[in-house]
Design a protein around this ligand. Structure first.
Ligand SMILES: *Cc1c(COP(=O)(O)O)cnc(C)c1O
Length: 407
């Protein structure tokens, strides 16, 4: 009998039409930034509902460019969730600012609105009102962006929605439905097209916005701070002429990558529908009494339709169980599943525990929500090519592991 292949927690879906689109680009005139980048950006704007999209080399580059465009600099503070990939916080540091980490609601994994409100109030009282707030659409869920908008407006901060997990998610505000990264409640939103994300370009990212001025600034930041726009040039030496008018970066994405992005975007609805169907199958299984006692799926806030970049479950703490004991049980579950050829993951190691943040004094404060969450969370396999039988196998393996742990 052959060994069961490893089931990863996430995986790209590449079809023949994706391959053909990339090959066609390779045979064409443009490899790096050309007309396909602009076509990809137009599709992104259409799909998110934002007026403008700027495609860049990675989600991290998108966060850096967005932070700079939002005016983060050496005297600025920027706030983000501690339950995120380090890049969300690093972008504030790249721009010269100081990141402040905010605790989460352990039931949803999303930034705690109460903790954010308190932090913004304290910073403003100290004369250090944040320049940006970067909430994270963790796992595909969307935090209360309308509440975050209000808090930001109180102190003149810009909102950068980290939508790396949520392309294809929607949320409701006062009965109206909005798309993640559509920038109805954020000034800027960032996307990532890393292979584990909902659609991929290999590596890649984008920023969306409805603000023409931010858009123009980001186009320059993406490419060395250079402009060729005759209306902007201070002088004009001839048809070859360009000017560097600010310090930008080489963060361009290629036509090769964007050709893949365009064929991938055509499948977004199908990918999201499949992820939601897999999540529903997991949810139903974890609602069965013997499992519901032991584990709980991450809660999705009311009104949110998640694109389920991740499917996260949390081990339920036993009576009077401390976080260390809980974390040890989660670790044992992780190891058991790995032995059953299930490569689950933990999202995320809280940023406030990362040594580089601690060393630079960027981890101050109490994070009870994030600490409780981190001790108990586990991301189970979730990707469009997964079969229903794979979900059943994962659930059966969780059941076996937990039953063995109890006896
Ligand atoms: C993946 C990710 C990023 C960074 O994207 P890259 O394309 O890998 O640079 C940023 N934020 C979150 C929440 C992510 O998951």
């Amino acid at each position: 009998m052959s060994a069961r292949p490893l089931l990863p927690y996430g995986r790209q879906s590449i079809d023949d039409d994706d391959v053909a689109a990339v090959v066609e680009t390779l045979r064409g005139d443009w490899l790096t930034q050309g007309p396909t980048v602009a076509r990809f950006e137009a599709r992104l704007a259409e799909i998110t509902g934002a007026r403008y999209a700027v495609a860049v080399a990675s989600g991290t580059a998108a966060l850096h460019v967005a932070s700079l465009a939002a005016g983060v600099g050496p005297t600025s503070t920027g706030l983000t969730s501690t339950n995120t990939f380090v890049a969300s916080a690093n972008a504030i540091r790249y721009a010269g600012g100081t990141p402040g980490l905010v605790d989460i609601d352990s039931a949803t994994g999303l930034i705690s609105i109460a903790a954010l409100d308190a932090k913004v109030t304290a910073l403003a009282a100290a004369g250090q009102a944040p320049r940006v707030i970067t909430p994270v659409d963790f796992s595909g869920s969307v935090p209360d962006l309308a509440a975050i908008r209000k808090i930001a407006d109180r102190v003149g901060a810009l909102v950068i929605e980290d939508a790396a997990h949520s392309l294809g998610s929607t949320y409701e505000v006062e009965g109206q439905t909005f798309r993640a990264a559509g920038c109805a409640h954020a000034d800027l939103a960032i996307l990532s097209f890393h292979p584990v994300k909902t659609v991929t370009t290999g590596e890649g990212g984008a920023i969306t916005t409805n603000d023409a001025r931010l858009y123009e600034t980001m186009l320059e930041l993406r490419s060395h701070g250079i402009t060729r726009d005759p209306a902007k040039l201070l002088r004009n030496d001839g048809p070859w002429y360009y000017e560097q008018q600010s310090l930008g970066y080489h963060y361009r994405i290629t036509d090769i990558q964007c050709a893949l992005g365009i064929t991938q975007l055509a499948k977004l609805e199908r990918f999201v529908a499949r992820r939601q169907a897999l999540a529903a199958r997991y949810d139903a299984a974890f609602a069965e009494a013997d499992l519901a006692e032991l584990v709980a799926p991450l809660e999705v806030p009311a009104g949110v339709s998640s694109a389920y970049h991740l499917y996260v479950v949390r081990l339920k703490p036993r009576a009077a169980e401390g976080l260390e004991a809980l974390a040890a049980r989660r670790r044992a579950l992780f190891v058991s599943l790995r032995a059953a050829q299930i490569a689950c993951q933990v999202h995320y190691i809280p940023v406030h525990t990362q040594p580089d943040f601690v060393r630079h004094g960027l981890a101050d404060g109490a994070f009870p929500g994030a600490d409780a969450y981190y001790a108990s969370c586990l991301s189970l396999p979730m990707f469009p090519a997964m079969q229903d039988a794979d979900v059943d196998y994962v659930v059966a393996s969780v059941r076996t592991a937990l039953r063995e742990a109890r006896s």
